[in-house]
Design a binder for this molecule. Structure first.
Ligand code: GLU
Length: 416
């Protein structure tokens, strides 16, 4: 589904497009083209059969001008250094759009967690954190969940980091289980933030949620909870998919029923109350809101003309290529770009970090209220810029983000 070489190219093209529209200082642009630092590590793991396997892991810290590096860790067979660089750039822009005091980072391990036992995963996770421990910390770089990593894994991360440092503090990792002072509302945060942006976009386009339909590609944390929250707003969910295939029913699919089915069978494919649809066809279903919630590079020049959605809300990072962006913009599709649409996750990670530093914890109502405030502010800033400059929403989000980062870099200067 993805093309890893493309992710970095995509990120670089997006940056260059914004830089030329905003007349970015070329000395700043040169510094923004590559991450500040990448670490590549070998992770030996004794597998259950006694054989030692060595996995490759990464941590890319893209930019720290606005604060400590921040971003998730991905476990996936397609992880690569270039993908990490791209994803860490997107985290940098995302934190700037959200207005939270972080730079951007991303980590990953090349592995297939679906084929590993819990013990193997735990050993891999603990050794990965040990290997990157010298460059992380509450004021350096704060890892979190991403594709195929969970609160349970974050629990192993924080425990390992604590044992290494001899402390029992909590703000080096976010997305932790609640028992280890994770934040209320963190699990739902990406989807909740996304649902706020969809609400605002629908209002702008005069779409009535009670008469509108949604298609979701990817039924993991962000996808399945987006389905639930949008359904609660009144939207009818007519298609969902995961890596194995999709389910389509124009009469509507109950998001929790299909989640139960997926929990039992490990896929949404074959859900009895819907017909089968391929991932390719799913993206082209006639609907009001399309939520790509899986991996990079799924909306390209090849299928952009066939997409019938009025709004695209990117729960995934990097699902749309620059060529596709151009086509969708010309066709008047309202794009809510990833660095805005899915910023709710890292925003509540920020709340979790603050709560951990203070040792004072908020209830879910306070978390959601503050999340909404930041998401609405970010959405309005991006829209204002897009309308004023007559540019697409992604370029507007980039110009907003890159200027924040550039200003911070200028204020710092170059040391020594
Ligand atoms: N992995 C999520 C993202 O791509 C969350 C990162 C975080 O909470 O630091 O935004």
């Amino acid at each position: 589904m993805t093309n890893q070489m493309d992710a970095l190219e995509v990120a670089q093209l997006q940056l260059e497009k914004a830089a030329s529209k905003m007349n970015l200082d070329p000395n700043i642009l040169t510094q923004l083209k590559e991450p500040e630092r990448v670490l590549i590590v070998s992770i030996p793991v004794k597998m259950d059969n006694g054989v030692v396997k060595v996995f490759t892991g990464f941590r890319s810290q893209y930019n720290t001008a606005r604060g400590p590096a921040k971003g998730g860790v991905r476990y996936h067979p397609d992880v690569s250094l270039d993908e990490m660089k791209a994803l860490s750039a997107w985290m940098t822009w995302k934190c700037a759009v959200a207005g939270i005091p972080y730079g951007g980072a991303k980590g990953g391990v090349i592995c297939n967690p679906k084929e590993m036992s819990e013990g193997e995963l735990e050993r891999l996770s603990r050794r990965y954190i040990y290997e990157i421990s010298s460059i992380i910390g509450p004021k350096k770089d704060i890892p979190a969940p991403d594709v195929y990593t969970t609160p349970k894994i974050m629990g192993w991360y924080i425990d390992t980091y604590n044992k290494l440092t001899g402390e029992a503090s909590f703000s080096t990792i976010t997305g932790k289980p609640l028992e280890l002072w994770g934040s209320e509302g963190r699990k739902e945060a990406t989807a909740r933030g996304l649902s706020y942006t969809v609400e605002l976009a629908a209002k702008k386009l005069n779409i009535n949620p009670l008469e509108a339909t949604v298609v979701i590609q990817g039924y993991g944390n962000a996808g399945s909870i987006s389905a639930k929250l949008l359904n609660e707003q009144g939207y009818k969910i007519i298609g969902v998919s995961d890596s194995k295939g999709g389910a389509y029913n124009p009469q509507g699919i109950d998001p929790s029923e299909i989640l139960d089915y997926k929990t039992k069978t490990s896929t949404v494919k074959g859900f009895p109350k819907a017909e089968f649809i391929s991932n390719k066809d799913l993206l082209e279903i006639e609907c009001d809101v399309l939520v790509p919630a899986a991996l990079e590079g799924v909306i390209t020049e090849k299928n952009a003309n066939n997409i019938k959605a009025k709004i695209i809300a990117e729960a995934a990072n990097g699902p749309t290529t620059p060529g596709a962006d151009e086509i969708l913009y010309q066709r008047g599709v309202f794009m809510i770009p990833d660095i805005l649409a899915n910023a709710g996750g890292v925003t509540v990670s920020y709340f979790e970090w603050i709560q951990g530093l203070y040792g004072y914890f908020w209830d879910e109502e306070r978390v959601n209220r503050r999340l909404k405030k930041l998401m609405v502010r970010a959405f309005n800033e991006v829209l204002k810029l897009a309308q004023r400059e007559k540019i697409d929403n992604r370029t507007a989000a980039y110009i907003y983000a890159v200027s924040q980062v550039a200003e911070a870099m200028k204020a710092r200067g170059i040391w020594p």
